[in-house]
Design a binder for this molecule. Structure first.
Ligand code: NOJ
Length: 566
């Protein structure tokens, strides 16, 4: 056992890193077209460095017609025109490396764009050399068995294509046809492309829905009973359990990843505590890390599209503790609350009412940066950006929200209610509004018309104001990053949940080499206490989000404190 823990704690730069995710479209625009660009990121490199983070993950910046904001790639070795040029990319990478920052790219290879030349060829004829780069189903065999298409109003993952009288598979939108990984030629093309980027000097990949790559080409009928029995009733679990998935990941590791000092992160769609190690147990030679959805799916009301109800902190604690356990002796975990697919963490997991906003944002930051596992921190959360809460469907841009809206409309559902729950719940645009740099028009993001409306609260909530305020959410984030970076116990230390049934307080210890810290997080709007059984008399406060030290074990609303225990 002791030996095993040593293996799990084997030091790696990507375990010690704090990853900062940038959504390039919304970060900083320098040419006035209302869309962020690479020069914009370059202009903010000193800001990024000042945060203390180590790694930047960029959402897709490749050639794309943008049906799904870059997750539909038409050229894997080009830069999206709106974002700039390859020369801009090279300057960005150089600028990052000069500052000691690493760069991780998004790898979107479950599907391409329908405008990729492979697909353009593939759809021409049944005997085209690229035919088998995608999944086709000849219409004379009848309609293929149902597979979900997440970004389609009718929910179907198959689209009929007249030219060859066949259907093709797309797990997302019809403009995102799924690549056929059963074809070794396709796999080699992908590996060559990955090596090309790594040879350029990038430091790793975040792999979009990578568990979905392997399919059974027979596309058998999947009954509800089978889904319930084998896949927890969930399509994502089914799709993430393809017959050759791990063979392909091992091949990718052999052919590409193992040759570089790079990091790899799976978007763990359909990943369960029972399957996670199949991806990240180092002995299997696949990937380094994955991020699961059990945490961020908590509190969604069944039967609705990402409508979030209140969530139980006891359930929240159980999920993160169960996932910590997965990696107790093997593999390595991740932790996140926000990203480009999620609502803003301050709104969804904290409390964006004025009296609680700053406290709860800081509390969530304390949580993310004091758990075991690599933290993935989403741009804008460091200043506590909140959901946009758009009132009109015309203000939404995201393909998923628009498809779900259309679906409901077709069914005669309640569209007003839909808009209401998008405000607090899932609509991805909430997390994608332009970064709030300052109080000027469009928050200093663009001089043009932003592709997505800027949140009005940028007049008071922006990076410039917070940089000047020592008590700001931003400065707390920097302090917390520094604390993690200077205390290995926060990275590698053993995690133990305390007082697990406490409905208001999340309490846990972290322990390493004789050092022990206690983290206390009051997730409620009332004073609360935690029954930890630990005498706090001699404890030393390492960080707190309140101005005055906490007394008598009473935590004020959204109070967060980390204590070093004697
Ligand atoms: C997951 C990505 O994070 C999301 O933004 C995208 O729409 C889908 N995969 C499809 O690529």
């Amino acid at each position: 056992m002791a030996q095993d823990i040593k293996v799990a704690n084997e030091k790696k730069w990507w375990k010690e890193a704090v990853v900062y995710q940038i959504y390039p479209r919304s970060f900083k625009d320098t040419d006035g077209d209302g869309v962020g660009d690479l020069k914009g990121i370059i202009s903010k490199l000193d800001y990024i460095k000042s945060l203390g983070v180590d790694v930047v993950w960029l959402n897709p910046i490749y050639g794309s017609p943008n049906a799904d904001n870059g997750y539909d790639i038409s050229d894997y070795q080009a830069i999206m025109k709106e974002f700039g040029t390859m020369a801009d990319f090279d300057a960005l990478l150089k600028g990052m490396h000069e500052r000691g920052l690493k760069l991780v790219m998004d790898l979107v290879v479950n599907h391409s764009s329908d405008e990729h030349k492979w697909f353009q060829e593939s759809r021409k004829s049944r005997d085209n050399p690229y035919r088998d780069y995608y999944h086709w189903w000849p219409a004379e065999k009848g309609k293929p068995a149902f597979r979900p298409g997440a970004f389609e109003a009718d929910g179907s993952g198959w689209r009929y294509d007249k030219t060859t009288d066949s259907y093709y598979l797309h797990y997302f939108n019809y403009k995102q046809p799924d690549l056929n990984w059963e074809n070794p030629k396709l796999r080699q093309e992908i590996y060559t492309m990955m090596r090309w980027w790594l040879d350029k000097g990038i430091d790793g990949f975040r792999m979009d829905v990578i568990p979905f790559i392997s399919k059974d080409p027979e596309f058998p009928v999947i009954t509800q009973a089978e889904l319930d029995k084998n896949y927890h009733g969930r399509w994502d679990v089914y799709m993430g359990s393809g017959p050759h998935l791990h063979e392909y990941l091992q091949e990718m590791n052999r052919e590409v990843l193992s040759k570089y000092d790079c990091m790899s992160l799976a978007e763990g769609a359909g990943m369960l505590t029972s399957t996670a190690l199949n991806f990240v147990d180092a002995d299997r030679k696949e990937l380094n890390m994955g991020y699961h959805f059990e945490g961020t799916n908590l509190g969604y009301v069944p039967g609705y599209f990402k409508k979030s109800g209140p969530y139980s902190l006891v359930d929240f604690k159980k999920i993160y503790s169960d996932w910590d356990k997965v990696y107790e002796t093997k593999g390595w975990g991740t932790i996140y609350l926000g990203n480009h697919d999620q609502p803003r963490m301050a709104t969804r997991w904290g409390n964006d009412a004025p009296e609680f906003h700053d406290y709860s944002s800081k509390l969530l930051t304390t949580f993310l940066l004091s758990m075991r596992g690599t933290p993935y921190y989403y741009n804008g959360d460091e200043i506590g950006m909140v959901n946009a809460k758009f009132d009109k469907i015309e203000d939404y841009r995201d393909i998923e929200t628009l498809a779900q809206y259309q679906h409901l409309k077709n069914e005669g559902g309640d569209l007003k209610e839909f808009i209401e729950y998008q405000k607090t719940g899932g609509a991805r645009d909430n997390g994608r509004t332009p970064f709030q740099w300052n109080a000027t028009e469009n928050a200093g993001f663009t001089t043009g018309t932003p592709w997505l409306k800027v949140n009005d609260n940028h007049l008071t909530l922006n990076a410039e104001a917070q940089e000047k305020d020592p008590k700001s959410v931003l400065n707390y984030f920097k302090k917390m990053v520094h604390l993690r970076k200077t205390n290995p116990v926060l990275v590698y230390g053993k995690y133990t949940l305390l007082d697990k049934e406490n409905p208001a307080v999340y309490a846990y210890t972290r322990e390493l080499d004789g050092k022990k810290v206690l983290v206390l997080l009051n997730f409620s709007t009332k004073n609360a206490t935690a029954n930890t059984g630990i005498n706090l008399k001699k404890a030393k406060v390492l960080i707190t989000n309140y101005a005055n030290p906490f007394k008598n074990g009473i935590l004020r609303p959204y109070e967060a404190v980390i204590l070093e225990l004697p």
